[in-house]
Design a protein. Structure first.
Length: 367
């Protein structure tokens, strides 16, 4: 059967804001300020304010955001950074790009996020930082992570690629650690029309280094204090993001309403539902259930025209890229069990009540 309920529906979103998007793009083209243009400066100011942070630097993508943050913190060759294997490879890739080594620890089986209780056992004299991945839209337990980090003098980097607008104890992600990194990949809660990313922090000196590193280490057009990279947010993407940012809280509220409906309607189904920490306010980038018969449930949903996803089927410590590296703290039991059973159901602001009920019925009937 043809898919009638996609996992993400960017066309439905465009239908609602298309006029504003087209005007914003036309303005950029008319000005022809494609690199370093007006909308970049304005978006950086607006997104920093949205995150309740001092400064934002727009960059080329979320992976670069992580790399630039780590490098600007002075993390590099022979250092170690603790993180999780239940995430997209960009998290660990950015660590190795600096010359450092990712050290994977297990996740909490309920929230599927980094388990702070396992951090101290992974700390060595080479440990320099912790990347807390706010996966699926939910912030990690930042109280416990920061407590351990401060005790051992470690830097805390928020991987907020899936958590635009999420809160921990009322505070937005973005200022919960030393620095935060965002992706604006098109399918994110705040998505561009191509690759884009940002680094956010209250540390002005750190952000100055991030900005310089992202732009060839420049002080002026033809003066370079050091070698950097070319990772600039372009003006067209900034213009798109400025339009969308105005709707982000509204879209996130719609996602929360859908998630609450799923949680209520699927409470008696024979599957594991996602747990949210009482101190966290998730923005539900993904709604991820766990079911042993994952492929069979996927097939049942597909037969009714409903798309699903798996985020993520192969944890990083099992990836060929890390085959010959001893970079995990023993067997990651929770990580492996979750990877074998996770299934993402459609969730986005434009999902209709009828579509939601169709999804609930198929899942309930199957389970």
């Amino acid at each position: 059967m043809a898919i009638t309920v996609p996992l993400v529906d960017l066309k439905a979103q465009y239908d609602l804001i298309g006029v504003e998007i087209e005007q914003a793009l036309a303005d950029v083209i008319q000005r022809s300020d494609f690199i370093g243009g007006r909308d970049i400066r304005l978006f950086e100011q607006e997104f920093a304010a949205y995150c309740e942070a001092t400064e934002c630097v727009g960059v080329g993508n979320g992976t670069d955001a992580l790399y630039l943050a780590l490098r600007s913190l002075g993390i590099g060759h022979d250092d170690e950074v603790i993180t999780v294997a239940h995430t997209f490879i960009a998290t660990s890739e950015a660590i190795t790009m600096t010359g450092a080594q990712p050290i994977f620890i297990d996740i909490d089986p309920g929230t599927m996020l980094l388990d702070p209780q396992r951090i101290e056992a992974a700390i060595t004299p080479r440990t320099r930082g912790i990347i807390a991945v706010h996966l699926y839209g939910q912030p990690c337990d930042m109280d416990m992570i920061n407590k351990v980090a401060h005790k051992h003098g470690l830097k805390v980097i928020e991987d907020a690629a899936q958590a635009h607008g999420a809160r921990w104890r009322g505070r937005r992600v973005g200022t919960l650690g030393d620095v935060a990194c965002f992706s604006f990949y098109p399918g994110k809660n705040l998505g561009a029309y191509g690759d884009a990313g940002a680094v956010v922090s209250d540390d002005i000196d750190l952000m100055r280094r991030v900005r310089m590193t992202a732009n060839h280490g420049r002080t002026t057009k033809y003066e370079h204090d050091f070698e950097g990279i070319n990772s600039r947010l372009d003006t067209i993407q900034a213009a798109v993001l400025r339009v969308k940012l105005a709707y982000l809280d509204q879209w996130n509220a719609a996602r929360r309403a859908i998630a609450e409906h799923y949680l209520a309607e699927l409470a008696n189904a024979r599957l594991e539902l996602p747990e949210v920490h009482p101190a966290a306010e998730s923005v539900w980038h993904l709604f991820v259930i766990r079911v042993p018969e994952r492929e069979a449930m996927q097939a049942a949903l597909a037969a009714e025209g409903i798309a699903t996803g798996i985020h993520y089927p192969v944890p990083l410590h099992r990836q060929p890229a890390y085959r010959n590296r001893s970079n995990s703290m023993g067997r990651l039991t929770n990580t492996e069990r979750v990877a074998d059973s996770v299934l993402s159901l459609p969730i986005y602001a434009e999902l209709s009540a009828d579509q939601i009920e169709r999804i609930v019925k198929v899942v309930t009937d199957f389970s």
